[in-house]
Ligand binder design. Structure first.
Ligand code: IPD
Ligand code: CA
Ligand code: CA
Length: 254
C-alpha cells in the first residue's frame, strides 16, 4: 500500500508546479459566495491534479476537496484537500499561498502536508512521527507569554465585526499580530515557531486538517477558540506553541 505522506508530498509538489504556472498567466477570477470568496482556474487545475493522483493511488478513499466537494469512497480513508489556500493572495501575486492535503483513517488525522510553492517550503507531518520542513525536524517556539508573542489571525471580510475586538485586544497585549491570509500556512508557521499562536473563527476542514497535525506533531496545542477540544467540523480554532495557549484562549473569551 502507498505511504500517505509520500502520496501527499508528490501530489502537493505537482499541484505547486500547476499554481506557479498559472501565476504567470492572466487570471480569470470568479467570485463564489461574496466579493472576497474567489476561485480561479488555478484552484481548479490544482485540485484536478491532486485528486487524479490520490484517486489513482487510493481508489477506495473518500476525497473532500474545496472546489469539487466530496467524492465518496468505500473505505474508512478520507483525503481533505485545499488545492489553493490563500486564493486572494494568489490573485494579487502576494506569495503567501499554499496547498494543504490531509489524510484521515477512521476519523483520525494520520498525515498532513502543506506546501508553499513560491517559498518552496514543504511541511509534512505523520501522526506520532513528528513534523519536518523539507528534511529538518520542526518544533513550536518556546515563547512563554503573549506579551513576547507574535500571533496571527485570519478572517473573511464578513467576519470582521466578530474578530475586530479580539484583533484589537491581541494587538494591545502581544508583541505583534499578523493577518497573512492563508490559514493552512498560518498553522504551518505556528508549527515551525514563526508564529507563537493563531486563531480564526470560521474555517472549513480543508483549511485546518493538515495544519492541525503539523502543530500537534511540532509539540503545540490546538483547541476550539473557547478552549474546548478542536473538531474539524467545528469551524473555530486556536493553535499555539502550548505555553501561551491558556492566555490566548482567555484573550479570546472577551
Ligand atoms: C481562506 C484563507 C484565509 C482565511 C479564510 C479562508 P481560501 O481560504 O485560509 O486566510 O481567512 O477564512 O477561507 O479561500 O483562500 O482557500
Ligand atoms: Ca482555504
Ligand atoms: Ca482554497
Amino acid at each position: 500500500m502507498a505511504d500517505p505522506i509520500q502520496s501527499a508530498l508528490a501530489a502537493a509538489r505537482e499541484a505547486g508546479a500547476v499554481l506557479l504556472e498559472h501565476l504567470h498567466r492572466p487570471l480569470h477570477i470568479q467570485e463564489k459566495s461574496h466579493r472576497a470568496d474567489l476561485v480561479t482556474e488555478a484552484d481548479k487545475a490544482s485540485e484536478a491534479v491532486i485528486v487524479a493522483r490520490l484517486h489513482a493511488e487510493y481508489p477506495a478513499a473518500t476525497i473532500l476537496g474545496e472546489e469539487g466537494g466530496e467524492r465518496k469512497g468505500t473505505s474508512q480513508e478520507r483525503w481533505i484537500v485545499d488545492p489553493l489556500d490563500g486564493t486572494t493572495n494568489f490573485a494579487h501575486g502576494y506569495p503567501l499561498f499554499c496547498i494543504s492535503i490531509a489524510y484521515e483513517r477512521d476519523g483520525e488525522l494520520l498525515a498532513g502536508v502543506v506546501y508553499a510553492p513560491i517559498m518552496n517550503e514543504l511541511f509534512a507531518a505523520g501522526r506520532g512521527a513528528g513534523v519536518r520542513l523539507d528534511d529538518k525536524p520542526l518544533h513550536v517556539s518556546t515563547i512563554p507569554s503573549i506579551e513576547d508573542a507574535m500571533l496571527c489571525t485570519g478572517f473573511k471580510p464578513s467576519d470582521y465585526e466578530t474578530n475586530a475586538p479580539y484583533f484589537a485586544q491581541a494587538s494591545r497585549r502581544a508583541q505583534a499580530v499578523r493577518r497573512d491570509g492563508a490559514a493552512a500556512l498560518d498553522l504551518a508557521y505556528t508549527a515551525m515557531g514563526r508564529f507563537d499562536g493563531f486563531w480564526e473563527f470560521d474555517l472549513a476542514p480543508w483549511d485546518t486538517a493538515a495544519g492541525v497535525l503539523l502543530v500537534r506533531e511540532a509539540g503545540g496545542r490546538v483547541s476550539a477558540i473557547d478552549g474546548s477540544p478542536f473538531a474539524l467540523s467545528g469551524k473555530s480554532i486556536a493553535a499555539s506553541n502550548g505555553y501561551v495557549h491558556d492566555e490566548l484562549v482567555s484573550l479570546l473569551a472577551l
